[in-house]
Design a protein around this ligand. Structure first.
Ligand SMILES: [Mn+2]
Length: 357
């Protein structure tokens, strides 16, 4: 595995490449052209400039998170072929630039959903949290407003103002899209892009839906072992793979995370590893990475990744806001650096105990 950190680019991120370079064991970043809209073709010059900036700082651009999918592709509307063509052109350019991992998601309307972005924990840190009753009590438009008011002056990925303005219209467009239709549209998209992925050896890594169930009545399909294995089978190509995000699949306590990892051997191209603390099955908060601070056994998660021979980029996921840092919620420097160091420590121990036996 290669330890990385997500980085939003010098224009948007409060964390610098220099700081990331100083976290022991972090050799790469995962980034994106944050200024582009879903459906747009990425300019080659912009891709190369991003790559050069990262390499000049002594790091590697280890993959893209994300190249977002236009709603027309998820809905299956008549103009989807044009957006798929654009997507293919972007993949072609990324491939030519030597980038081999692309994360994306297939969630309708919303990316991840949380009810709070700064819940206070007993130690005084603040974290993103989810409470189903709170979500049930609001309408989607309010959700956008409450998220926007709580971002420490940053723009959260997936919650851009342009999308917020269109939320009602988007709901209308998705009204005939159920789980089956969404699966069908995903298959259609993947079949079209696999040739360019084969040509440039680009691993596509779908991010799970977060939380891993339907919110606001919208369909959600990338939520459990059964569905993800169905997806692997329906387009059976090793470039059709997944981002294993413990914090997203883990929102559903019925998901056995180490077992899911083992069942996806060879198809996990990217890993997000973080912990959650459940206060009840419908209320959780994003804990520190350490096992004892949350609900998951992080050792077992890392061991499963080790056992399947995972070689892709991995990153600590959302961190707590600690030590008075002001940053995009979940994406400060300090707690993610602690997370990376902890995950690296687990990996070293697993690797050495394996070699000694
Ligand atoms: Mn994730």
């Amino acid at each position: 595995m290669q330890m990385t950190l997500r980085w939003y680019g010098s224009k948007y991120d409060t964390v610098t490449l220099k700081q990331i370079r100083q976290i022991p064991g972090v050799t790469g970043v995962i980034s994106t052209l944050y200024g582009t809209a879903p459906g747009e073709v990425w300019e080659m010059d912009d891709i190369l400039a991003l790559k050069k900036e990262i390499e000049d700082a002594g790091l590697e651009l280890a993959g893209i998170e994300s190249v977002n999918i236009h709603d027309a592709i998820k809905i299956g509307s008549p103009d989807r072929d044009m957006y798929i063509e654009n997507y293919i052109t972007t993949l072609e350019r990324l491939g030519r630039a030597g980038i081999h991992m692309v994360c994306y998601n297939f969630m309708p309307v919303f990316d991840w959903t949380r009810s709070e972005l700064a819940r206070m924990r007993p130690d005084g840190s603040t974290v993103l949290a989810y409470n189903q009753e709170a979500i049930d009590a609001i309408v989607p438009e309010q959700m956008f407003e409450s998220i926007a008011g709580d971002m420490n002056g940053t723009v959260m990925p997936g919650w851009e103002p342009e999308r917020m303005a269109r939320v009602k219209e988007l709901f209308e467009l998705y009204k005939d899209v159920d789980d089956e239709k969404l699966f069908e549209n995903l298959k259609y998209f993947l079949e079209k892009i696999m040739p360019v992925c084969d040509k440039y050896d680009i691993n596509m890594a779908i991010h799970p839906d977060d939380p891993a169930w339907s919110v606001f009545g919208l369909p959600r399909i990338i939520i459990n072992k059964e569905n993800i294995l169905r997806m692997m089978k329906m387009v059976d190509n090793k470039h059709n793979g997944v981002t294993f995000c413990s914090g997203s699949y883990g929102t559903n306590l019925e998901n056995d995370l180490p077992d899911m990892i083992r069942s996806l051997k060879g198809r996990i191209h990217f890993a997000h590893v973080r912990n959650l603390k459940f206060n009840s099955p419908t209320d959780f908060e994003e804990a520190a990475h350490l096992s004892s601070d949350g609900t998951f056994d992080m050792y077992e998660i890392m061991r499963a990744l080790y056992d399947i021979g995972f070689e892709g980029p991995i990153r600590p996921d959302h961190g707590r806001m600690i030590w008075d840092e002001v940053a995009m919620p979940g994406y400060g420097l300090y707690d993610r650096a602690l997370g990376a160091t902890y995950l690296n420590g687990l990996w070293e121990a697993i690797e050495k105990s394996h070699k000694n036996n």
